[in-house]
Design a protein around this ligand. Structure first.
Ligand SMILES: *Cc1c(COP(=O)(O)O)cnc(C)c1O
Length: 355
């Protein structure tokens, strides 16, 4: 039976990206060696990093003066690297979910953290608006897409200070005005590659201002200077990222990803709103087009498990909601197809008709 992968992360990648990576794992560029067993300093590997970097810059139209890094440690390490490198006295954070909260926790180790607004009291079902970012903050940190709760801000905000954004679960799903940010980071396993690599886009002249000594590996300048080759980078995940970046470009770039994401989300939210069994969990204007969360209507609460089992029998994978929301979450990252979303919609319709 055909499987439809709605995993929240690690998550679906385009089939050709997996296949091309698999080929290179068996025989890298016809060398007779596996991609997994070559040196990251091999002359054949440098072009991989160079092309991946160039494609990131091209796809997001990264302005001059920024570096693109491929690091280890996941987005979780960036929660600490960001304040280590950028927090001088005081930073502003928008608390929109579990990941935002974790980022704030690390920042508190380095200075004053102002939580400008929070939707924690409403279980993060909306993205706060109308707050004020202090003009003397060193930076304003946001999470563009809240993977767990299914809220998203798909615009680049206007605030009086430099911005830093965790784009782990929606990077490359829309055009971004990179010039507004000193740093953008994303663990790759949601929308770009397999787990193991983190992409960081950093403004070079914003570095070196923090008043503290920074351990070498945690200093962005190290990785800027060494072109992500200070130590052994995650070679295979970087290769997979390259394949996926090529795929995104061939599909029409981030504009095409944006259009498709909105189309998929529109289809699925329309069904959630129509179907008598389900309702969405977040404020309509903040609905994520990447992680689509829905729960059973109260009078059908006992059908939650049967629906999950029915959907599983129809080939749906990974639609269980995060434990802090419950219900269901269909993650529709770049690789998700209209066909996959339609299959889920058909499943919801069929289940409704049976009850
Ligand atoms: C998954 C996720 C993280 C954590 O990423 P790791 O790579 O596991 O550290 C952080 N932020 C967001 C928005 C995420 O979706």
């Amino acid at each position: 039976m055909k499987k439809y992968n709605f995993n929240a992360g690690p998550s679906m990648l385009p089939r050709e990206v997996i296949e091309n990576t698999a080929k290179q794992i068996l025989d890298f560029n016809g060398s007779g060696l596996s991609l997994a067993e070559i040196s990251h300093r091999a002359k054949d590997f440098q072009p991989v990093v160079d092309e991946a970097e160039a494609l990131v810059k091209e796809l997001l139209q990264v302005p001059e003066g920024y570096s693109v890094l491929f690091l280890g440690g996941g987005a979780s390490l960036e929660f600490c690297m960001v304040p280590f490198n950028f927090l001088i006295k005081k930073a502003a954070y928008l608390n929109t979910g579990t990941w935002a909260k974790k980022a704030m926790k690390e920042a508190k180790l380095f200075g004053e953290v102002v939580e400008v607004a929070s939707s924690a009291d409403a279980n993060y079902t909306f993205i706060p608006k109308g707050y004020t970012v202090p003009e003397d903050a060193d930076y304003f940190h946001t999470t563009s897409n809240n993977t767990i709760y299914g809220t998203e801000c798909r615009v680049d905000l206007d605030v009086p200070v430099r911005q830093i954004c965790d784009m782990s679960s929606d990077i490359f799903s829309r055009p971004v005005d990179v010039a507004k940010y000193d740093c953008i980071y994303a663990g790759a396993q949601k929308n770009l590659s397999m787990a193991g690599v983190t992409i960081v886009i950093v403004k070079n002249d914003a570095l070196g201002k923090a008043p503290r000594p920074i351990p070498t590996m945690l200093d962005y300048r190290t990785h800027v200077e060494k072109g992500s080759m200070f130590n052994t980078p995650p070679v295979v995940p970087i290769y997979t990222a390259l394949e996926n970046l090529r795929w995104i470009k061939a599909q029409g770039g981030v504009e095409a990803m944006d259009k498709r994401a909105c189309q998929r989300a529109e289809m699925l939210y329309a069904e959630i709103d129509r179907n008598k069994l389900f309702h969405g969990t977040v404020a309509e204007e903040d609905r994520s087009v990447m992680n689509i969360c829905f729960v059973m209507n109260e009078e059908y609460a006992e059908l939650e498990k049967p629906f999950f089992e029915f959907a599983t029998s129809k080939g749906m994978v990974g639609i269980k909601g995060h434990r802090s929301v419950g219900g269901f979450r269909a993650s529709c990252y770049n690789a998700q197809t209209i066909e996959g979303v339609q299959a889920l919609i058909d499943t919801m319709k069929e289940f409704e008709a049976n009850h």
